[in-house]
Design a protein around this ligand. Structure first.
Ligand SMILES: Cc1cc2nc3c(=O)[nH]c(=O)nc-3n(C[C@H](O)[C@H](O)[C@H](O)COP(=O)(O)OP(=O)(O)OC[C@H]3O[C@@H](n4cnc5c(N)ncnc54)[C@H](O)[C@@H]3O)c2cc1C
Length: 450
């Protein structure tokens, strides 16, 4: 197995850091049952989707979250929902096609449709606005990239086209400095939402269907007996269970160390402005191969994230969510350059979250094998969603619930996401190129034996 490449210093990325458990403050009042039909570990969008679908399938899931729901990446993201997966599309799609003959869009557009129906059905809604997205190309390289992406995404059936006409661009994006933009990729059915609402509404519905959500409790390890999973050991005692799903994102290797070689945590920063009286248009925005992105909330604030290239080691391999001061000025400068009316907009808060990158870009979702690759009945995992939780989590949560409740994913095949591909082998990351964008040199990938 590949272990740490050493401490991240002088800007060196660490691709397989020593696993760290999620930091948490134990809740002394937490009440944990002694047994559950199925335990879901993690209350982010993936765990919430899986628990909701398990409850709908008639099971009584127990979801255990170390902190609060959406305290991980799911409550720290920018709230963009992009069916085309940014720069990951081509490589992920070819894996999906090779394995099952389908398109990745069969999965991601289904996720967006699911969120849309939840927005309509779940009390309070999700602030879901399906107003499209604009991927802005600011230089030659980015323009070539968006044209290529538009071509391969359209060939798969995505409603996408390149807009070069300045007047049309101005119409789509009020106040955009069109002189600074070469062209833009317009994806009409993309959307934006409030990611907190997504997690909380699903968990509320899970409770209403008979599921249980316990917070302030950390799962310390999986328990196995007789060659299969028998439950979990937690900060608050043991829970017997016939099935356990790890929906633990960047912290998954703390519970499944054999996945560490192919799962890299990456710190990324998001800032939010004060409430602004100006509208920057209805769509969400991205640029630089989806490495910077922003959306205006219904209440007027602009949420903008990215610029990992400005972080130490590009944030690659860090479990720390301390905000680096050099990132916010870059985000503010980008916003002011592209939306001059926001030149004086004040950033009022910044935070950082952990992305979780699977080495071959395609997430892992399905049965979790044992360290030697043999089946471990009752163990399931979903992790490595890269920067695209919204197009993945709803559908993967459904398919995992089907696998757990009915022994087989019915709606679509889970085969392209088979976690076995990531066990007992170390893949050099294929995501480095889209991740670094057009600004930074490709970081050197090093994997050292333990
Ligand atoms: C800065 C940033 C911006 C992003 N922007 C977007 C975007 O605009 N659009 C998009 O689609 N995606 C975006 N993403 C990606 C998206 O947020 C993630 O893919 C998604 O949230 C992952 O969901 P999850 O449920 O797997 O993980 P998380 O939300 O991280 O949830 C995992 C949960 O597991 C809990 N946990 C971990 N270990 C344990 C344990 N041992 N016991 C109990 N609980 C445990 C954690 O506390 C955490 O709450 C962004 C991510 C970041 C960090």
């Amino acid at each position: 197995m590949v272990r740490s490449n050493g401490p991240m210093t002088h800007g060196q990325p660490v691709f397989s850091p020593t696993p760290e458990p999620v930091p948490f403050a134990p809740d002394p009042r937490a009440v944990l049952p002694h047994a559950a039909e199925v335990v879901v570990v993690g209350g982010g969008m993936l765990g919430a989707s899986a628990a909701y679908h398990l409850a709908r399938a008639g099971m009584r899931p127990l979801l255990i979250e170390a902190n609060a729901p959406a305290s991980g990446a799911s409550g720290r993201n920018a709230g963009m929902a992009l069916a085309g997966l940014g720069g990951h599309f081509g490589r992920v799609n070819s894996i999906v096609q090779d394995v099952g003959g389908r398109s990745i869009l069969d999965y991601t557009t289904r996720s967006l449709d699911m969120i849309e129906s939840w927005d309509a059905e779940l009390p309070g809604g999700l602030e879901w606005d399906r107003f499209g997205s604009l991927d802005l190309a600011l230089d030659d390289v980015e323009e070539a990239h968006i044209r290529h992406m538009a071509e391969i995404q359209a060939a798969e059936g995505l409603e996408v086209r390149v807009v070069d006409d300045r007047a049309e661009l101005r119409e789509l994006a009020t106040g955009l400095a069109t002189d600074a933009v070469r062209a833009a990729k317009w994806t009409a059915r993309d959307a934006k939402l409030n990611p907190f609402r997504l997690c909380y509404a699903l968990l509320e519905a899970t409770r209403a269907l008979g599921g249980t959500v316990v917070t302030g409790v950390r799962v310390e390890r999986l328990q196995a007996s007789g060659g299969r999973v028998s439950g979990v050991s937690t900060s608050h005692g043991e829970v017997a269970a016939g099935a356990v799903l790890l929906a633990t994102n960047a912290w998954t290797p703390a519970l499944a160390p054999h996945l560490a070689a192919n799962l890299t945590p990456i710190r990324e920063t998001v800032c939010v402005t004060e409430m602004l009286p100006v509208s920057i248009g209805a769509p969400g925005f991205e640029t630089n191969q989806c490495n910077e992105y922003w959306r205006q909330m219904r209440t007027g604030e602009v949420v903008i994230g990215g610029y990992a290239v400005a972080d130490e080691g590009m944030g690659i391999g860090s479990y720390s969510t301390r905000v680096r001061p050099q990132v916010a000025p870059r985000l503010a400068e980008l916003l002011a350059r592209l939306h001059p009316a926001l030149r004086d907009a004040r950033i009022i808060r910044c935070w950082a979250g952990l992305l979780d990158f699977a080495s071959l870009e395609i997430p892992m979702a399905g049965s979790l094998p044992a360290e030697d690759g043999t089946p471990l009945p009752g163990a399931f995992v979903a992790a490595g969603l890269t920067g695209h939780g919204h197009p993945y989590a709803p559908i993967l949560g459904l398919l995992l619930a089907e696998l757990i409740a009915e022994k087989q994913a019915r709606t679509l095949s889970l085969a392209p996401f088979d976690p076995t591909r990531y066990v007992g082998v170390t893949h050099a990351p294929t995501w480095l190129d889209p991740f670094r964008g057009t600004e930074a040199p490709t970081p050197e990938y090093r994997s050292e034996p333990a």
